[in-house]
Design a binder for this molecule. Structure first.
Ligand SMILES: [Ca+2]
Ligand SMILES: [Ca+2]
Ligand SMILES: [Ca+2]
Ligand SMILES: [Ca+2]
Length: 491
């Protein structure tokens, strides 16, 4: 039963996510002012889907010609905001996908759906996908944007059901795909991506989350998807600097660095964040039906002579010890200091019927966990009715308290309309009592549907027509993509 529920939960992220993220983003970057309404929610700020209005016409391609059992298509999607042409305006890259069964029909109708790049022309968006060569035709999942080779132009890494693509920004408005030449030649289903300089050499490194090996069903397993298939190993690519062409070369060191030593998890979300504030980027990963992991970045013990791969650092897995090893169907993860104590907290979306995982940092008592359960802060705002996917912390009403946006959608996808679920916007009301500031937090959050009385969330229903997305990517160094989104359509 639980498996059933979990299975049901993974799908429509597509439709929900895309639209919403796009809507929100447009709202924010295009400078479209939020209309004030009489609603007390979000200080009267009203969210409106302006995606089409500003030129962001994008529809994710999965199941366009009919729904089939194709898990990779059920989960594809993701997006990155980046200023690819350095004009100060954030442009939008959107990952596309399609189901295998639809391929003949796509070909008959002009070709496979492609990922899209929209140039932000002062608030209006121009589709430059083909011209920029960023229009990958992939069964994509997520992306992360960062200037990997340090030439001043932001590049893109894209995860797909069959490997990783790297789009080098040529600086002239065009991109060149170069994953393989850069040493990134993994073949498999990768979902989240995140970037941070994990070894402190000044060069951004790349983490990609491995999900499920659909060719490796586990004989006799009584688990539901994905536990009845082998997990895919997570990868950590160290950036080794530029080659003659000016592109970075990467070296994969995940295993040596301590990732997934015991087993390969089914990973869907990842974020770099410095949990212990020692200046080293730590890694939190959200696993689907496997316990989530917290990898704390430490200096390699014993110095250089005991460091065979010359890493200089290592990840120590401390999720259980720190109280953050949530065992549910983790899908998206986002970090932010939501309670304003100066330390970064974690929010992880889970499947329907499960509570999302909320971990609030607390001053660590000697030997005790550094995180506390933050559910109390959200008790009035969250339910377990939806399967959560993308999640992010935009400060929607600019009061200094990050609000929370969750894209939901049922999985497995059986019907594009029926499986759509609302996007939730949860307002952060800040601390209820400033006198308790130094002590335990009393942050209160509520659903955006408003009303002064704190009611369980909810808000908007996504349009069933557009599809798109997942991924849990975000980098601490370069900010990018978290799967997020929000829809907009008044309730
Ligand atoms: Ca731009
Ligand atoms: Ca670059
Ligand atoms: Ca580095
Ligand atoms: Ca750290």
């Amino acid at each position: 039963m639980r498996r059933e529920i979990i299975d049901r939960s993974k799908a429509c992220l597509a439709r929900v996510l895309g639209v919403i993220a796009i809507g929100l983003a447009a709202f924010a970057t295009a400078g479209v002012a939020g209309a004030r309404s009489s609603s007390p929610g979000l200080a009267g700020v009203h969210l409106k889907d302006v995606a089409r209005q500003v030129g962001l016409a994008f529809r994710q391609g999965a199941f366009r010609y009919g729904v089939s059992f194709d898990p990779a298509a059920m989960m594809g999607g993701g997006l990155c905001w980046l200023d690819y042409n350095n004009d100060g305006w954030l442009d939008l890259f959107v990952v596309n996908s399609y189901s295998e069964r639809d391929v003949p029909l796509w070909e008959k109708h002009g070709g496979l759906p492609r990922s899209a790049l929209f140039r932000n022309a002062k608030g209006r968006f121009v589709n430059v996908s083909a011209k920029s060569h960023a229009d990958l035709a992939v069964r994509g999942d997520g992306c992360v944007a960062a200037d990997f080779n340090g030439d001043g132009y932001t590049d893109l890494a894209v995860t797909t059901a069959t490997g990783i693509k790297l789009l080098w920004n040529d600086g002239d408005g065009m991109f060149t795909e170069g994953a393989r030449a850069a040493g990134i030649n993994a073949f498999g289903w990768y979902t989240a991506a995140a970037v941070a300089d994990v070894n402190g050499d000044g060069r951004p490194d790349l983490f990609v989350a491995g999900y499920t090996d659909l060719n490796a069903q586990i004989p006799g397993s009584d688990s539901g998807f994905p536990g009845n298939y082998a997990g895919v190993r997570d990868l950590l690519y160290l950036n080794e600097g530029r080659d003659k062409r000016g592109h970075s070369r990467f070296r994969e060191v995940g295993r040596q660095a301590g990732l997934e030593v015991a087993r390969f998890d089914h990973t869907l979300g990842a974020v770099f964040t410095d949990v212990n504030r020692d200046g080293r980027s730590d890694l939190y990963v959200a696993n689907d039906e496997d316990p989530n992991r917290l990898y704390v970045n430490v200096a390699w013990p014993g110095g250089a002579k005991t460091d065979p791969a010359h890493l200089g650092f290592r990840f120590e897995e401390r999720a259980a010890a720190e109280g953050v090893a949530d065992p549910n169907a983790g899908m998206g993860v986002a970090s932010a200091d939501y309670d304003g104590d100066g330390r970064t907290d974690l929010f992880i979306t889970n499947a329907r019927g499960q509570q999302h995982a909320i971990f609030r940092t607390q001053p660590s008592a000697a030997g005790g966990p550094s995180f506390a359960d933050g559910h109390q802060d959200f008790a009035s705002a969250l339910s377990t009715s939806f399967a959560g996917w993308g999640v992010s912390w935009p400060d929607l009403n600019r009061d200094g308290n990050p609000d929370l946006v969750i894209a939901n959608g049922a999985i497995p996808v059986t019907n594009l309309t029926r499986d759509a679920q609302p996007i939730q916007v949860i307002e952060n009301l800040g601390r209820a009592d400033s006198r308790t500031r130094a002590e335990s937090s009393t942050t209160v959050c509520r659903g955006s549907s408003g009303a002064a009385s704190r009611r369980p969330t909810s808000t908007t229903t996504a349009t069933p027509t557009s599809r798109s997305t997942r991924s849990g990517a975000r980098s601490s160094s370069s900010r990018t993509p978290t799967p997020t989104a929000t829809g907009s359509r008044s309730p």
